[in-house]
Design a protein around this ligand. Structure first.
Ligand code: ADP
Length: 161
């Protein structure tokens, strides 16, 4: 069984992420979405909330599973018996960081490969941080997120005041 891990912060999951998830689910037998619980970052949503939002938007994709993880990505990949890491590439600006990450991971775990899916052009400009910024200024985020996720972002920002 070919298992892939697609890791990220997903704070929150955007339609750009979803596009990569859907395409990945057609290539592999099983896809594990790894929600990075990074204590150094201060995300808008907790890891638990991000996991639940991903579960909600991927409910119709039976071979997609969601988990959160802390620590080294490679350890998470190994624990799940996966051999592939999937990342999305939007623009050349993503490339340098992604290349460095992939090469480092390959030194730590030569049996694990990273593959890149290029973004759907429709979403090539889209990032979770831009969406959060627009929402903070009361802008319309419905073009960028699943409706349930857009509602969650608005609620969260209201709670925060
Ligand atoms: P990270 O904090 O690890 O960059 P993100 O949640 O921002 O986590 O992104 C996870 C992965 O999804 C990364 O590989 C990123 O390049 C990719 N990604 C993010 N937004 C898009 C998009 N609009 N189209 C395609 N890939 C994307």
């Amino acid at each position: 069984m070919k298992i892939a891990v697609y890791p990220g912060s997903f704070d929150p999951v955007t339609l750009g992420h979803y596009d990569i998830i859907e395409r990945t689910s057609k290539i592999f037998d099983k896809v594990i979405l790894g929600v990075l619980n990074n204590r150094a970052k201060s995300p808008l949503f907790s890891a638990g909330e991000r996991v639940n939002m991903l579960k909600e938007v991927t409910a119709s994709l039976p071979n997609v599973e969601v988990q959160s993880f802390e620590g080294l990505l490679i350890d998470f990949v190994r624990q799940n018996g996966a051999a592939i890491i999937v990342r999305g590439l939007r623009a050349i600006t993503d490339f340098e960081y992604e290349l460095q990450l992939a090469q480092t991971n390959r030194v730590i775990a030569p049996e694990v490969d990273t593959i890149f899916l290029t973004t759907n052009l429709k979403y090539s400009y889209l990032s979770s941080s831009i969406v959060k910024e627009i929402a903070e200024y009361d802008g319309d985020i419905s073009e960028f997120l699943h409706p349930a996720i857009a509602a969650r972002v608005r609620e969260k920002l209201k709670e925060r005041g």
